[in-house]
Design a protein around this ligand. Structure first.
Ligand code: THU
Length: 160
């Protein structure tokens, strides 16, 4: 038997203004996407912006449904859109922003577990990590260098 320790790497920024200009620009796009979310049930809007290697920016936002489980998160809307339109182009970076109609979200909102798994598929596919930045409506921004920082022991197609 042995115990191992898994460490994760993240950089915490005080706010969007502390970000490097290319990161700030992508987060601003995530905010633009967030404002168009369809979230009438949860009142919790999420926006995602993906920067691709060819310079394209792909946006996504959560799309809810009266049959609740039929809705979809912003991150998966964005990553599947990128996969559908630019299947061979690598992803460089993902920015995520969340806002609630019920309260001010002032802590960073990371992607849910199902989104982490979906995002991880594309990192594995491209054999190159991509960065993830996430925040609430205001306040700190978390930046991680790879999906692996958010999803250790992940499942991928090497097991199949
Ligand atoms: N949501 C996302 O869009 N991304 C996440 O990673 C977490 C949750 C959405 C789903 C639902 O429309 C709303 O936020 C509340 O859970």
């Amino acid at each position: 038997m042995k115990n191992i320790e898994i460490t994760t790497t993240a950089t915490i920024f005080k706010g969007i203004s502390e970000l490097a200009s290319e990161d700030k620009m992508l987060m601003e796009q995530a905010i633009v996407a967030r404002e168009k979310a369809y979230a009438p049930y949860s009142k919790f809007s999420v926006g995602a912006a993906l920067l691709l290697e060819n310079g394209e920016i792909i946006l996504g936002n959560n799309q809810e449904n009266a049959a609740y489980p039929s809705g979809m998160c912003a991150e998966r809307v964005a990553i599947w859109n990128a996969g559908a339109r630019f299947p061979e182009v690598k992803i460089i970076r993902l920015a995520i922003s969340a806002k609630s109609e019920n309260s001010i979200v002032d802590t960073p909102v990371g992607p849910c577990g199902a989104c982490r798994q979906s995002l991880s598929e594309y990192e594995f596919k491209q054999q190159q990590p991509f960065e993830i930045l996430f925040m609430g409506e205001v306040g700190e921004v978390v930046k991680v260098p790879s999906l692996q920082s958010l999803l250790p022991f992940s499942f991928d197609n090497s097991y199949l």
